[in-house]
Design a protein around this ligand. Structure first.
Ligand SMILES: Nc1ncnc2c1ncn2[C@@H]1O[C@H](COP(=O)(O)OP(=O)(O)OP(=O)(O)O)[C@@H](O)[C@H]1O
Ligand SMILES: CC(C)(CO)[C@@H](O)C(=O)[O-]
Ligand code: BAL
Length: 281
């Protein structure tokens, strides 16, 4: 195992991880796919604020990517990521290989229903099964007290929370608010694929959702509001996938405003699939 001058431990094998975990005691955990930005670092800050040493993982999980998605070209920057995690005060970094996560004899995957079925689940078949399976394995390996997930992936937080409750996993799931650029664009590793004109257009997603949330709270009809939001995304040059008012935890669509509600959306801008959501009321 490697110890950096600030004593951040880097584990690349299960044996190294086990030794590091024994040395640390209870930890807060931040699972990531790397290419880190301030959104990820806010998860580390939230975990640190809870007073436990922070473990983070970097693993670009193949099973959550569809066959035509960007697994091969997903941004990877291990050195840059380790520097950022060390500066953020992480105690342990878990860097498993695909062979560790998915040995040839492995034969178990997690099937997810409920909040996983619609929206991202419908547009990316198999995605949430891949997420749930890798997150369950990471929880089993790292055995954290608490795990921190960004609200940017709102549906993911609900899917993981449901899994933790359904399987009685001994971990607390902590959602962390979205970090945005000044114009409102939610930070995302894939934003680096946006061209300059696309970057200028991208804040229209958050603007449309924020406007729609206000209109719904003010009593405007939901269907008309969602229609208008899709229209503004199209006008900004995006191809909307879905814009929906949903129950914040079950992700079931709501025809009228009822708490707890969330407005969620995904839209393609050039080659990039943008994801965002806002609270309603
Ligand atoms: N802007 C953000 N604010 C808060 N949390 C975030 C933000 N961006 C990512 N996260 C969270 O960081 C964790 C790791 O996400 P991931 O490594 O997939 O990064 P990402 O930026 O979401 O990348 P992608 O481009 O794949 O969506 C997830 O819990 C995710 O929700
Ligand atoms: C939770 C996660 C690290 C599982 O691969 C991933 O879905 C992500 O980065 O949001
Ligand atoms: N943060 C979400 C990971 C994914 O898009 O696969």
């Amino acid at each position: 195992m490697v110890k950096t001058p600030c004593q951040m431990m880097i584990a690349r094998t299960l044996e190294e991880l086990r030794a590091a975990r024994e040395a640390l005691g209870p930890v807060g955990f931040v699972p990531t796919m790397g290419a880190l930005h301030e959104g990820h670092l806010t998860l580390v800050s939230a975990a640190k604020a809870a007073g436990l040493p922070v473990a983070a993982s970097i693993f670009v999980n193949p099973t959550q990517f569809g066959p035509n998605e960007d697994f091969a070209r997903y941004p990877r920057d291990e050195k840059g990521d380790l520097d950022k995690l060390e500066a953020a005060g992480c105690a342990l970094i878990w860097l498993p290989t695909p062979e560790i996560m998915y040995p040839p004899h492995s034969a178990t995957t997690i099937t997810v229903g409920g909040p996983a079925l619609k929206w991202e689940g419908a547009s990316r078949p198999g995605h949430f099964s891949g997420v749930a399976t890798v997150v369950a394995k990471l929880f089993g390996q790292v055995r954290p007290e608490a795990a921190y997930f960004g609200e940017k992936d709102w549906q993911q937080v609900q899917v993981v929370s449901r899994m933790v409750e359904d399987l009685a996993l001994p971990v607390r799931v902590v959602p962390v608010p979205i970090v945005r650029e000044t114009g409102g664009l939610a930070l995302s590793s894939r934003n680096r694929y946006l061209s300059e004109p696309e970057r200028k257009a991208a804040p229209a997603l958050y603007a449309a959702l924020s406007h729609a949330a206000q209109e719904i709270v003010a009593g405007k009809e939901v269907a008309a509001t969602l229609h208008d939001a899709r229209h503004s995304l199209s006008k900004a040059g995006m191809v909307p996938d879905y814009v929906a008012l949903v129950h914040a935890h079950t992700l079931e669509p709501l025809e009228g405003f009822a708490r707890p509600a969330r407005l969620i959306a995904a839209a393609k801008l050039g080659a990039v699939r943008l994801l965002d959501n806002v609270p309603v009321g």
